[in-house]
Design a binder for this molecule. Structure first.
Ligand SMILES: *Cc1c(COP(=O)(O)O)cnc(C)c1O
Length: 444
């Protein structure tokens, strides 16, 4: 199909995610382009005319080692010739076994039991259900409520929305949702004069302590996005918060769920973000990058203690949750190939160097009067833009595409979160595209 044909037919037949479809009308006050992509290579996406865009947001935070990565492609092709999928109840296969063992090993075997699903929201719901069911099986069914951080995002199914505190995604469905208790975020942007990020973390932890002291008897778990709250606008916090939250959860017998769907797999500089706080959660949710950005896969890892509470002669004490594609063999193979790249290429070390280049590429922007709170954690760099123009995100997005980069602000927060295969020149290009888009979006 040609570009035009792809566009026209997509807008007629495909209901696109996270989109007010009318904004794709040219006559819309702030029109959104639709980019037809026919192929990808490395950090680049190509349209039918050969125009290309540098994928500065890893295609919604999923891609790690580039589009059409030869090593991941080869692993999937090999798996395709053996087994594409099989029921995981009563059956098993090598990719799911190997992946479970390798993920457990990456947690120092503290989280040695892997439960699979196909997307992040389902992983969130699995962790919530498992936590509640653990307390029920251990004689404390009144622990049936959850605590979540202000601005937190854990997916958009009805159950996951209960712990998601993003008004735009949640408010329309409020009557359907049994909302969690929202506790203050340790977002370092809240620092008052003279306060450090650690001070903000301690302040938020003190609020958590007050909340748990009063409510712990009905709280099953606290769910957090460690170090970076992505959908909140790349809100970053000091690891001190995670250390204090872990201690409070232990003190009040509340599970700690780390949602590393976005921040896992090396994004923040360590393979798991929670490792920077020297803690382990009771539940760890992974998705997005785990399959290299290739196939829908999510996994919840948990401890021996949680697992043991379900291990029983009674069927109903088991965790009877299921998804049709649980432990899909192709997705698990893609994940194994992804872990192989981490193991053989010393990706985390290479990323430390790339993270510095990203910082350098954005440094000139930090000096602009409209740019606030420049911040970075590993391969995620962000800043806020002081403007009251409601069309800013769309204007920036369009201008970045014109400059050859896919950069999609969250509200007034601009961020770079490129695949780990970006080279120096591509990083520099992202910096130039962000600068050009900012200049264009701020001129009326
Ligand atoms: C993307 C995301 C989810 C939801 O994952 P989906 O696959 O989109 O359902 C949950 N939590 C976090 C932190 C995410 O970034």
């Amino acid at each position: 199909m040609t570009n035009d044909e792809l566009l026209r037919r997509s807008l007629a037949a495909v209901w696109h995610p996270c989109t007010q479809m009318k904004q794709h009308e040219a006559a819309s006050p702030s029109p959104l382009p639709m980019v037809p992509v026919v192929r990808g290579e490395g950090a680049w996406l190509y349209d039918a005319d050969g125009r290309r865009y540098l994928d500065g947001i890893s295609s919604w935070w999923v891609n790690l080692f580039g589009h059409c990565n030869p090593r991941i492609n080869a692993a999937i092709a090999d798996q395709l010739g053996r087994l594409e999928h099989v029921i995981l109840a009563g059956f098993t296969h090598e990719p799911v076994v190997r992946l479970s063992e390798r993920l457990a090993a990456l947690t120092g075997n503290a989280l040695g039991h892997c439960f699979y699903a196909s997307d992040g929201a389902s992983a969130t719901e699995i962790a919530l259900k498992m936590s509640f069911h653990y307390w029920r099986n251990t004689g404390r069914p009144q622990k049936s409520e959850f605590a979540a951080l202000a601005g937190g995002y854990h997916g958009e199914t009805v159950g996951a929305l209960a712990v998601t505190d993003v008004a735009l995604f949640r408010d329309a469905y409020a009557p359907l949702i049994r909302a969690a208790h929202v506790v203050p975020s340790p977002d370092a942007r809240q620092a008052e004069a003279g306060e450090t990020a650690t001070d903000v973390a301690r302040r938020a932890a003190a609020a958590l302590e007050t909340f748990l002291a009063e409510n712990h008897e009905r709280i099953a778990a606290l769910i957090v996005e460690p170090l970076v709250q992505g959908a909140a606008g790349m809100a970053m916090h000091d690891p001190e918060y995670l250390r204090l939250a872990r201690a409070l959860c232990d003190r009040y017998a509340v599970h700690l769920i780390c949602d590393e769907i976005a921040v896992g797999c090396g994004r923040t500089g360590t393979f798991f973000a929670h490792a920077q706080a020297g803690i382990r959660p009771d539940f760890l949710c992974l998705s997005k990058g785990i399959s290299g950005g290739y196939l829908p896969l999510s996994v919840v890892l948990t401890t021996d203690a949680v697992y043991a509470a379900f291990y029983d002669d009674a069927t109903a004490r088991g965790f009877l949750h299921s998804h049709s594609y649980t432990g899909n063999a192709l997705a698990c193979r893609a994940a194994l190939a992804t872990l192989d790249i981490f193991a053989s290429d010393d990706v985390l070390a290479a990323n430390r160097d790339k993270a510095q280049k990203i910082a350098a590429a954005l440094a000139p922007l930090a000096a602009l009067p409209e740019v606030r709170h420049p911040r970075q954690r590993g391969m995620i760099a962000a800043f806020d833009v002081a403007t009251d123009d409601p069309a800013f995100p769309h204007r920036f997005y369009r201008a970045a595409l014109d400059a050859g980069a896919l950069l999609r602000p969250i509200g007034n927060t601009v961020y770079l979160m490129p695949p780990y295969v970006v080279d120096d020149e591509e990083i520099a290009l992202l910096g130039r595209a962000a600068a050009a888009a900012l200049a264009a979006a701020l001129t009326r």
